[in-house]
Design a protein around this ligand. Structure first.
Ligand SMILES: Nc1nc2c(c(=O)[nH]1)N[C@H]1C(S)=C(S)[C@@H](COP(=O)(O)O)O[C@H]1N2
Ligand SMILES: [Mo]
Length: 197
């Protein structure tokens, strides 16, 4: 007689306290893009921030570095397609630094990308929890993962972390981005399973 019941293989997905509900642990790094990877040169890359009154700020690569990057260590990311990757390491500039001294009534920001992707985020909530990231695991961010520069908002589902980031548009009222217009949640908290509408 075997000790184990026939159905038990050890590969069952046990609920784990370090994974949000409905997520499984992924050790690789899947690529999820709605289209082909755009080619974005770091030397020609620019990030433009626009306020709700039309005020504009622009940074190039060096301008971004001058804002003061930091290491983002041991951070977990969660994709709505149910994979989670734990303990990732990034380098990037805290989003707050791009907003320093800015006068704004905006409560939301629309991140925009070189491939036409957009995603909306609540501004106050992501301050201190979002980075403009350009390194993953000690190396330049790979093009398929959004290199040279992506947004990193680990506490929300990963579709909110816009790859190939080129614009930040401050908005007084919320508006849906690319996936949010196609059924994804306006907020996207993995711990509350805010996946779809
Ligand atoms: N510009 C852009 N950003 C994007 C996407 C995209 O298609 N275009 N896909 C989103 C989705 S749905 C996810 S899950 C993550 C995937 O990031 P990864 O490919 O680095 O895993 O990027 C997000 N950011
Ligand atoms: Mo996704």
């Amino acid at each position: 007689m075997g000790i184990f019941s026939p159905g038990f293989t050890g590969r069952r997905r046990e609920p784990r306290s370090d994974l949000p509900p409905g997520q499984y642990l992924e050790n690789g790094f899947p690529v999820l893009s709605f289209g082909p990877t755009p080619h974005v040169d770091a030397d020609r890359w620019q990030l433009t921030l626009t306020t709700e009154t039309g005020e504009r700020r622009t940074w190039d690569w060096q301008g971004m570095l001058d804002l003061g990057p930091e290491l983002v260590e041991n951070t977990d990311i969660h994709c709505v397609t149910a994979w989670s990757k734990l303990g990732t390491t990034w380098r990037g500039v805290p989003l707050d630094r791009f907003l320093d001294g800015l006068q704004t009534e905006a409560r939301f920001v629309m991140a925009g990308s070189a491939d036409g992707y957009t995603t909306n985020l609540p501004l106050q909530e992501i301050l201190g929890r979002a980075w403009v990231a350009y390194e993953f695991d000690g190396a330049p961010l790979a093009p398929e993962h959004g290199g040279p520069v992506r947004l990193l908002v680990p506490h929300l589902y990963f579709w909110k972390s816009a790859k190939w980031l080129t614009s930040l548009r401050l908005m007084v009222d919320d508006a849906p981005g690319f996936w949010e217009q196609n059924g994804y949640n306006m907020h996207g908290d993995p711990w509350r399973e805010e996946r779809y509408w």
